[in-house]
Write a protein that binds this ligand. Structure first.
Ligand SMILES: NC(=O)c1ccc[n+]([C@@H]2O[C@H](COP(=O)([O-])OP(=O)(O)OC[C@H]3O[C@@H](n4cnc5c(N)ncnc54)[C@H](O)[C@@H]3O)[C@@H](O)[C@H]2O)c1
Length: 312
């Protein structure tokens, strides 16, 4: 049996590095296209090949596609900061829209299905019914939400034009090992770092905002299962959890008695978010397995070991 090759854009990132690990465990040959802007080569498994390339550079990306001739493409590379998308919507568009178009163009001659990671949280607005199904109309409130929506539109259009079964996966709030505590999002990593450090994290929205927290191992499994399934799928748990509860669970895992600092919600943040995952289950038999309490406890242990290592 010949070995199948997968191309993972953004494979040096938080979620992408777990997708790479899952593919290697299933016997794929893996090549990563990543410009290391927020990614880290130290996250990349030694069995994978890392090509440092900007996905908005069509020629450079095409060369990678020609060399790899992938049987499947996992497209995770993105400008994924809402704040940066507001500060520089041009660059956000260049990476998330033009970059996605380049990935689709690269995949087409190889007939390779693309699995594109979009956002559940930034796409559906405050008025969507909960848990939100994929059929709710997108109502983004940031350039990041808009560029992801545009990326989705290209994925769907290319699927119609080429007949290649591309998938759009709208992720909930992903948490797990290797998540950076230094971003604006990633509340589990931010709280974990504060608790490890003995500091008081800020509880925006006075701890009330809710999200759909999904473990990165479940997400990686979903993205592999989505290969070849044309459609738009929420990748989430369908469980709505308040940020104050996440803090309580992590505090218990850390055995700490630090208090959170309540503060108002930041501009552009949703009050509630929860995504209905039933379509992914119907189409490719996926459901999240990791319960939040267990996932958070294991994540705190893994992240605190990473923080120790980084602190030297
Ligand atoms: N983490 C979440 O909760 C979440 C939620 C919804 C959607 N997503 C989506 O999942 C994907 C992965 O997110 P993540 O949390 O792992 O983010 P991340 O920032 O850790 O990973 C993104 C990766 O893309 C790379 N990259 C950025 N711009 C690039 C470019 N121009 N060319 C090549 N590589 C580039 C970065 O270096 C990084 O390795 C993104 O598409 C993001 O929008 C994530």
């Amino acid at each position: 049996m010949s070995i199948r090759s997968a191309l993972v854009t953004g494979g040096a990132g938080f979620v992408g590095s777990h997708v790479v690990d899952a593919l290697i465990a299933e016997g794929w040959r893996v090549v990563i296209a990543d410009d290391l802007s927020t990614g880290d080569a130290r996250r990349v498994a030694s069995e994978a090949t890392l090509e440092v390339v900007d996905i908005s550079d069509r020629g450079a990306l095409e060369n990678v596609f020609e060399a790899v001739r992938p049987a499947a493409v996992f497209h995770l590379a993105a400008q994924s900061s809402v704040t940066r998308s507001v500060a520089d919507p041009e660059r956000d568009c260049e990476i998330n829209v033009r970059g996605t178009l380049n990935v689709l163009a690269g995949a087409t001659p190889h007939g390779a299905p693309v699995v594109f990671t979009s956002t559940g949280g930034a796409l559906y607005g405050n008025d969507a019914p909960l848990p939100t199904s994929e059929d709710a109309p997108p109502a983004p409130i940031s350039p990041y939400g808009a560029s992801k929506w545009a990326g989705e539109a290209y994925v769907i259009t290319w699927r119609e034009a080429t007949g290649i079964p591309h998938a759009v996966c709208r992720l909930g709030n992903v948490y797990g090992p290797r998540q950076s505590p230094h971003g604006e999002a990633g509340v589990v990593a931010i709280f974990s770092h504060a608790l490890w450090d003995g500091a008081s994290p800020t509880l925006f929205g006075f701890g009330k905002p809710t999200r759909d927290y999904v473990h990165v191992h479940d997400v990686a499994r979903a993205l592999l299962a989505a290969v070849g399934h044309a459609g738009v799928f929420n990748i989430s748990t369908g469980v709505e959890t308040a940020v104050s509860q996440v803090f309580e669970l992590l505090r218990a895992a850390a055995d700490a008695n630090v208090e959170g600092e309540p503060a108002p919600l930041r501009a552009g943040e949703l009050e509630r978010s929860c995504l209905d995952p039933s379509r992914a289950r119907e189409h490719f038999g996926w459901r999240a397995d990791i319960l939040l309490e267990e996932g958070l406890a294991a994540t705190y242990q893994a992240l605190s070991a990473e923080f120790e290592l980084a602190a030297g």
